[in-house]
Design a binder for this molecule. Structure first.
Ligand SMILES: [Fe+2]
Length: 196
Protein backbone atom coordinates (compact mmCIF):
# COMPACT_ATOMS: atom_id res chain seq x y z
CA UNK A 1 0.00 0.00 0.00
CA UNK A 2 1.31 3.44 -0.90
CA UNK A 3 2.40 5.76 1.90
CA UNK A 4 2.78 9.50 1.29
CA UNK A 5 4.66 12.02 3.40
CA UNK A 6 4.76 15.68 2.29
CA UNK A 7 7.49 18.00 3.59
CA UNK A 8 8.20 21.69 3.23
CA UNK A 9 11.44 22.26 1.31
CA UNK A 10 13.03 24.85 3.62
CA UNK A 11 16.17 24.48 5.74
CA UNK A 12 14.26 22.68 8.50
CA UNK A 13 11.64 20.67 6.67
CA UNK A 14 8.29 20.29 8.37
CA UNK A 15 5.96 17.36 7.84
CA UNK A 16 2.84 18.77 6.18
CA UNK A 17 0.96 15.54 5.53
CA UNK A 18 1.31 11.83 6.28
CA UNK A 19 -1.25 9.47 4.84
CA UNK A 20 -1.94 6.05 3.42
CA UNK A 21 -5.45 6.98 2.28
CA UNK A 22 -5.38 6.22 -1.42
CA UNK A 23 -7.85 8.94 -2.43
CA UNK A 24 -5.93 11.55 -0.44
CA UNK A 25 -2.63 10.41 -1.97
CA UNK A 26 -3.96 10.44 -5.51
CA UNK A 27 -5.40 13.94 -5.04
CA UNK A 28 -2.14 15.28 -3.60
CA UNK A 29 -0.14 13.80 -6.46
CA UNK A 30 -2.57 15.00 -9.10
CA UNK A 31 -1.84 18.54 -7.89
CA UNK A 32 1.76 18.08 -9.03
CA UNK A 33 0.89 16.22 -12.26
CA UNK A 34 2.07 12.86 -10.98
CA UNK A 35 -0.19 9.89 -11.64
CA UNK A 36 -0.47 6.94 -9.27
CA UNK A 37 -2.43 3.88 -10.30
CA UNK A 38 -2.87 0.44 -8.80
CA UNK A 39 -2.84 -2.87 -10.57
CA UNK A 40 -4.04 -6.16 -9.16
CA UNK A 41 -0.92 -7.88 -7.82
CA UNK A 42 -0.31 -11.29 -9.37
CA UNK A 43 0.48 -13.42 -6.35
CA UNK A 44 1.49 -16.65 -8.02
CA UNK A 45 4.63 -15.31 -9.72
CA UNK A 46 7.62 -17.21 -8.33
CA UNK A 47 10.09 -14.99 -6.43
CA UNK A 48 12.80 -15.78 -8.98
CA UNK A 49 10.61 -15.08 -12.03
CA UNK A 50 12.61 -13.62 -14.90
CA UNK A 51 11.89 -10.52 -16.96
CA UNK A 52 9.90 -12.34 -19.66
CA UNK A 53 7.77 -14.18 -17.12
CA UNK A 54 7.01 -10.96 -15.22
CA UNK A 55 6.14 -9.02 -18.37
CA UNK A 56 3.96 -11.90 -19.59
CA UNK A 57 2.09 -11.98 -16.27
CA UNK A 58 1.27 -8.25 -16.55
CA UNK A 59 0.94 -8.21 -20.36
CA UNK A 60 -2.52 -6.63 -20.54
CA UNK A 61 -1.68 -3.78 -18.13
CA UNK A 62 1.74 -3.20 -19.67
CA UNK A 63 0.27 -3.06 -23.18
CA UNK A 64 -2.38 -0.59 -22.06
CA UNK A 65 0.22 1.80 -20.64
CA UNK A 66 2.33 1.47 -23.79
CA UNK A 67 -0.69 2.21 -25.97
CA UNK A 68 -1.74 5.22 -23.89
CA UNK A 69 1.66 6.83 -23.43
CA UNK A 70 3.65 5.65 -26.44
CA UNK A 71 6.47 3.95 -24.58
CA UNK A 72 8.75 1.92 -26.83
CA UNK A 73 10.96 0.14 -24.33
CA UNK A 74 10.00 -1.83 -21.24
CA UNK A 75 12.22 -3.80 -18.90
CA UNK A 76 12.35 -5.19 -15.38
CA UNK A 77 14.77 -3.83 -12.78
CA UNK A 78 15.38 -5.96 -9.74
CA UNK A 79 17.55 -5.83 -6.69
CA UNK A 80 17.26 -8.31 -3.84
CA UNK A 81 19.68 -9.20 -1.06
CA UNK A 82 21.82 -12.28 -1.58
CA UNK A 83 24.62 -13.99 0.33
CA UNK A 84 27.44 -12.86 -1.89
CA UNK A 85 30.37 -11.08 -0.28
CA UNK A 86 29.94 -8.01 -2.47
CA UNK A 87 26.18 -7.53 -1.79
CA UNK A 88 26.64 -4.66 0.72
CA UNK A 89 28.81 -2.79 -1.77
CA UNK A 90 26.44 -3.43 -4.67
CA UNK A 91 23.46 -2.36 -2.56
CA UNK A 92 25.18 0.84 -1.46
CA UNK A 93 26.29 1.66 -5.02
CA UNK A 94 22.80 1.08 -6.43
CA UNK A 95 21.23 3.23 -3.72
CA UNK A 96 23.70 6.04 -4.27
CA UNK A 97 23.06 6.29 -7.99
CA UNK A 98 19.84 8.33 -7.87
CA UNK A 99 19.93 9.47 -4.24
CA UNK A 100 20.67 13.12 -5.12
CA UNK A 101 18.14 15.46 -6.71
CA UNK A 102 17.97 15.18 -10.50
CA UNK A 103 15.75 15.32 -13.57
CA UNK A 104 15.42 13.20 -16.73
CA UNK A 105 14.26 14.19 -20.18
CA UNK A 106 11.97 11.15 -20.24
CA UNK A 107 9.13 10.22 -17.91
CA UNK A 108 10.03 7.98 -14.98
CA UNK A 109 7.38 5.28 -14.87
CA UNK A 110 7.66 2.33 -12.51
CA UNK A 111 5.36 -0.52 -11.56
CA UNK A 112 6.32 -2.29 -8.34
CA UNK A 113 5.95 -6.05 -8.78
CA UNK A 114 7.34 -6.56 -5.29
CA UNK A 115 9.37 -4.79 -2.63
CA UNK A 116 9.41 -1.03 -2.12
CA UNK A 117 11.16 2.27 -2.75
CA UNK A 118 10.52 5.98 -2.19
CA UNK A 119 10.26 8.59 -4.93
CA UNK A 120 10.82 12.13 -3.64
CA UNK A 121 9.15 14.70 -5.90
CA UNK A 122 10.33 18.27 -5.34
CA UNK A 123 7.70 20.56 -6.81
CA UNK A 124 6.23 23.92 -5.76
CA UNK A 125 8.11 24.35 -2.48
CA UNK A 126 7.22 20.88 -1.22
CA UNK A 127 8.68 17.42 -1.31
CA UNK A 128 6.23 14.57 -1.83
CA UNK A 129 7.83 11.34 -0.59
CA UNK A 130 5.87 8.50 -2.20
CA UNK A 131 6.64 5.11 -0.70
CA UNK A 132 5.60 2.62 -3.39
CA UNK A 133 4.92 -1.06 -2.85
CA UNK A 134 3.65 -4.04 -4.85
CA UNK A 135 0.74 -3.02 -7.05
CA UNK A 136 1.73 0.66 -7.37
CA UNK A 137 2.33 2.26 -10.78
CA UNK A 138 3.87 5.71 -10.45
CA UNK A 139 4.25 8.03 -13.45
CA UNK A 140 6.57 10.99 -12.92
CA UNK A 141 6.55 13.39 -15.88
CA UNK A 142 9.84 14.24 -17.59
CA UNK A 143 11.78 17.18 -16.12
CA UNK A 144 10.19 16.74 -12.68
CA UNK A 145 12.82 17.41 -10.01
CA UNK A 146 13.13 14.26 -7.90
CA UNK A 147 15.29 11.61 -6.30
CA UNK A 148 14.83 7.94 -5.35
CA UNK A 149 15.78 6.05 -2.20
CA UNK A 150 15.67 2.24 -2.09
CA UNK A 151 16.96 2.14 1.50
CA UNK A 152 20.05 0.57 3.00
CA UNK A 153 18.64 -2.94 2.41
CA UNK A 154 17.24 -2.62 -1.13
CA UNK A 155 14.62 -5.16 -2.15
CA UNK A 156 12.38 -4.55 -5.14
CA UNK A 157 11.33 -5.75 -8.57
CA UNK A 158 9.93 -3.07 -10.87
CA UNK A 159 8.73 -2.81 -14.46
CA UNK A 160 10.15 0.31 -16.14
CA UNK A 161 8.75 2.15 -19.17
CA UNK A 162 10.82 4.36 -21.51
CA UNK A 163 10.31 6.34 -24.68
CA UNK A 164 13.72 5.25 -25.93
CA UNK A 165 16.34 2.69 -24.98
CA UNK A 166 19.49 4.71 -25.55
CA UNK A 167 20.36 5.31 -21.97
CA UNK A 168 18.79 6.59 -18.80
CA UNK A 169 20.65 9.72 -17.86
CA UNK A 170 20.12 11.73 -14.69
CA UNK A 171 20.70 15.48 -14.89
CA UNK A 172 21.77 16.31 -11.32
CA UNK A 173 20.75 19.69 -9.90
CA UNK A 174 23.56 19.89 -7.33
CA UNK A 175 21.03 20.70 -4.60
CA UNK A 176 21.74 19.06 -1.21
CA UNK A 177 18.02 18.95 -0.34
CA UNK A 178 17.90 15.14 -0.34
CA UNK A 179 20.23 15.17 2.67
CA UNK A 180 17.79 17.05 4.88
CA UNK A 181 14.61 15.16 4.06
CA UNK A 182 14.08 11.86 5.97
CA UNK A 183 15.45 8.90 4.02
CA UNK A 184 13.79 5.59 3.13
CA UNK A 185 14.82 3.82 6.34
CA UNK A 186 13.49 6.68 8.49
CA UNK A 187 10.15 6.96 6.71
CA UNK A 188 9.68 3.18 6.69
CA UNK A 189 10.30 3.12 10.46
CA UNK A 190 7.89 6.04 11.04
CA UNK A 191 5.23 4.31 9.04
CA UNK A 192 5.71 1.00 10.87
CA UNK A 193 5.33 2.82 14.20
CA UNK A 194 2.18 4.64 13.02
CA UNK A 195 0.41 1.69 11.50
CA UNK A 196 1.62 -1.02 13.86
FE1 LIG B 1 15.17 9.57 -11.59
Amino acid sequence: MTYLTVYSDNEQPETLLETEDSAEIEAALKDIDVVLRHWQVIDDLPPDAGQEEILAAYRAEVDRVIAEEGYTFVDVARLHPDDSADWPQRAAAARQKFLAEHTHDDDEVRYFVSGSGIFYLHVGGKVHAVLCEAGDLLSVPKNTTHWFDMGTRPAFTAIRFFHDDDGWVGDFTGSPIAERIPDFDTIAATRAARTG
